[in-house]
Ligand binder design. Structure first.
Ligand code: ADP
Ligand code: GLC
Length: 485
């Protein structure tokens, strides 16, 4: 076994404490599997409202550290508290940076001062490690929210005895969100550094900073790693990424099969596995009932669970769902669960109102309902414009719902057309509709082949064990780089 490492793990989302999408799933699972490999992983995230509320109500088993932190921002020490918990089912410590002005708010993100909120969190995580006198071998930071820790480490940190020689890995989950700020952010953090071409005069781009300053960089699938080095997929940072091409690694996310298991999932109406596929029917019935749709066992039930964001291909979806529910591929039902941009919520509400007896739209975030949809639908749509990895299709496959996806990013690496699902290449309604029709045709006329596709998806191995080994390898390379190897 590789020598155990001390890893400071920074992610703005960690299941079960905070999640808006797949970042939360990764933040909750990867530390657990690194721990299983013997590493000393410690996770830090902000004490969002739900955490503060549970702590004050005596729920969740949190404890407060008696000594607070003084986080040096804007040339002064700004106080923050620290709550402590454990990643469920493990001994992995999770520390929460408590600063009510910054984090005790209804949503995780979406505020004008987000860059300052997360710069504070990032800096506080480093101050906390010093307060614990726990010097990590490596900082693993995810997306722009924790990139300031990497920038601080690579600049001011090199002048400090405690931090000198500590390696870093920056993982890109989504290049569409880069964390842009004015140059004042560096004054806030007390940093002096030169500008990057990608930032523009007087501006800071935290995603670019993470990529530039980290010892090594990774992203969440091999295909996305290649796509982001092209002008079409690089969201303005492809030049910087090509510059670091040899240091960028594509590691496919996994699924925590201890959590995502249709044979034990309490949120399902009926539990099943690849050998007891017929039990799934109970979930389809329960989902149809919940959605107020006729309980028709043999009508294909098509579904989507997604953040309602430009990334997710919702403009294609509107057209294709309209065709589908007008009978273009025979009878069909559609259920969608999602929240996000008002324009897409409006579109889905309108479609559901129009196709009342065939479609239901749940415009909210609901982790329990999501499971029933994965376990009760027949087809699961992900027509993404781009998709760094995608966990929706992995969960759908695990739960026997065949994914219909656009062949982009991690969807290329996980869904094989006609084998474990269906895919289409061009970002057009025509290509999407063609793939959906092919899927429905197989469902309607070739049940043995359909069940073969379901079983292939259910038994595919996308476990975190494999991914954690790959991260361990990249950590070793990063440490070697720091030692000048
Ligand atoms: P992204 O991270 O871009 O949102 P992923 O496919 O990687 O996409 O992960 C999405 C995760 O968030 C999945 O676990 C999915 O089930 C969950 N999810 C998305 N929207 C909702 C919602 N409205 N309610 C419940 N879970 C959701
Ligand atoms: C991002 C991406 C998604 C990926 C997730 C976890 O939210 O949009 O594709 O699965 O991060 O890495």
């Amino acid at each position: 076994m590789a020598a155990p490492l001390k890893i400071l793990f920074l992610s703005a989302e960690v299941v079960p404490f905070a999640k808006s999408g797949g970042l939360g799933d990764v933040g909750g699972a990867l530390p657990k599997f690194l721990r299983a490999l013997g590493h000393d992983v410690r996770v830090v995230l902000p004490a969002y409202r739900a955490i503060e509320t549970d702590f004050y109500a005596g729920r969740g088993g949190y404890t407060a550290r008696t000594e607070g932190l003084l986080v040096p921002v804007r040339g002064q020490g700004r106080p923050a508290g620290v709550l402590e918990g454990r990643l469920p089912g493990t001994d992995v410590p999770v520390y929460f940076i408590a600063e009510r002005n910054l984090f005790d708010r209804p949503e995780l993100y979406g505020y004008d001062d987000d860059v300052y909120r997360f710069a504070f969190y990032s800096r506080a995580a480093l101050v906390l490690a010093e307060a614990l006198d726990w010097r990590p071998d490596l900082i693993h930071a995810h997306d722009w929210h924790s990139a300031p820790a990497i920038t601080w480490l690579a600049t001011a940190g090199q002048a400090s005895g405690f931090w000198r020689g500590v390696a870093s890995l920056f993982t890109i989950h989504n290049l569409a969100h880069q964390g842009r700020a004015g140059w004042d952010l560096f004054s806030y953090l007390g940093l002096t550094t030169h500008g990057l071409a990608e930032e523009g005069y007087g501006a800071v781009n935290l995603m670019a900073r993470g990529i530039y300053h980290a010892t090594l960089v990774s992203t969440v699938s091999p295909t996305y790693a290649r796509e982001i080095m092209t002008p079409a997929g690089g969201a303005g940072l492809d030049g910087l990424l090509r510059h670091r091409a040899y240091d960028v690694h594509g590691i496919l996310n996994g699924l925590d099969y201890g959590v995502w298991n249709p044979a034990t999932d309490r949120r399902l109406a009926a539990r099943f596995d690849a050998a007891r596929l017929e039990e799934r029917a109970g979930n389809k019935r329960a989902l149809q009932e919940r959605a107020g749709l006729p309980a028709r066992p043999s009508v294909p039930l098509v579904a989507m669970v997604s953040r309602l964001d430009w990334q997710k291909g919702l403009d294609l979806l509107g057209h294709v769902v309209h065709l589908l529910l007008n009978g273009g591929a025979g009878e069909a039902q559609f259920v969608v669960l999602g929240s996000g941009a008002a324009e897409y919520e409006g579109m889905l509400a309108q479609l559901a109102g129009y196709h009342r007896d065939r479609m239901a739209a749940f415009l909210t975030y609901d982790a329990d309902l999501a499971q029933l949809i994965y376990g009760g639908s027949d087809l699961f749509l992900m027509p993404s414009r781009f998709e760094p990895c995608g966990l929706g299709q992995l969960i759908a496959m695990r739960y026997g719902s065949a994914p219909v996806v656009r062949a982009t990013g991690g969807l290329v690496d996980t869904v094989q057309d006609g084998v474990s699902g269906f895919s289409f290449a061009d970002y057009t309604t025509g290509a999407f509709w063609d793939a959906l029709q092919r899927a429905i045709y197989v469902y309607n006329v070739d049940r043995p082949r359909w069940q073969g596709i379901q079983r292939t998806g259910m038994t595919a191995d996308y476990s975190w064990g494999r991914a954690a080994q790959s991260y361990q390898q990249v950590y070793a390379w990063a440490l070697a780089r720091m030692r000048g190897g």
